[in-house]
Design a protein around this ligand. Structure first.
Ligand code: FES
Length: 115
C-alpha cells in the first residue's frame, strides 16, 4: 500500500464530494458532518457513479436504485433501504458485496488515502 495526497481539507469541505482517479481506480472523497471518507466511486450493485448519492447519518444511498451503504465500513445497510426495494432483493443472496472503503488520513491539511 502507498499513501497518495488527494486535495486539501479546505477544498474537500467546500466541494462536499470530490471524484478522483488514482492508478485507474475511481475514488470518491466525501466531507460530511465534520468527517472525511474515501470510497470506491462506483456502486457495487451496477457500477454507476456514486457522486450523486444522498449522504445522511454516515450513510450513502445510491441515486440509481437506492441501495444504502455505511460510510464507516462499506456495509450494506438493509435497515435504511426502502421497503419496496427490499422486497425485490434476495437479501440472503445479494449478487454484490459491500462498498470498498479506503484508509484516509489528514496530514498537514492534506487528505491522504492509502491504495
Ligand atoms: S447502481 Fe447503485 S443501487 Fe443500483
Amino acid at each position: 500500500m502507498k499513501k497518495i495526497a488527494i486535495c486539501t481539507t479546505e477544498e474537500c469541505q467546500s466541494l462536499g464530494k470530490k471524484e478522483v482517479t488514482i492508478e485507474g481506480q475511481p475514488i470518491l472523497i466525501i466531507y460530511s458532518d465534520g468527517k472525511y471518507y474515501a470510497i470506491d466511486s462506483l456502486c457495487p450493485h451496477a457500477k454507476t457513479r456514486l457522486i450523486s448519492g444522498r449522504i445522511e447519518d454516515e450513510t450513502l444511498t445510491c441515486a440509481n436504485h437506492g441501495i444504502c451503504f455505511d460510510l464507516s465500513d462499506g456495509a450494506i445497510r438493509l435497515d435504511k433501504i426502502d421497503e419496496d426495494l427490499l422486497e425485490q432483493l434476495d437479501v440472503d443472496n445479494l449478487p454484490f458485496g459491500s462498498l470498498k472503503i479506503y484508509p484516509l488520513t489528514i496530514e498537514n491539511g492534506m487528505i491522504m488515502i492509502e491504495i
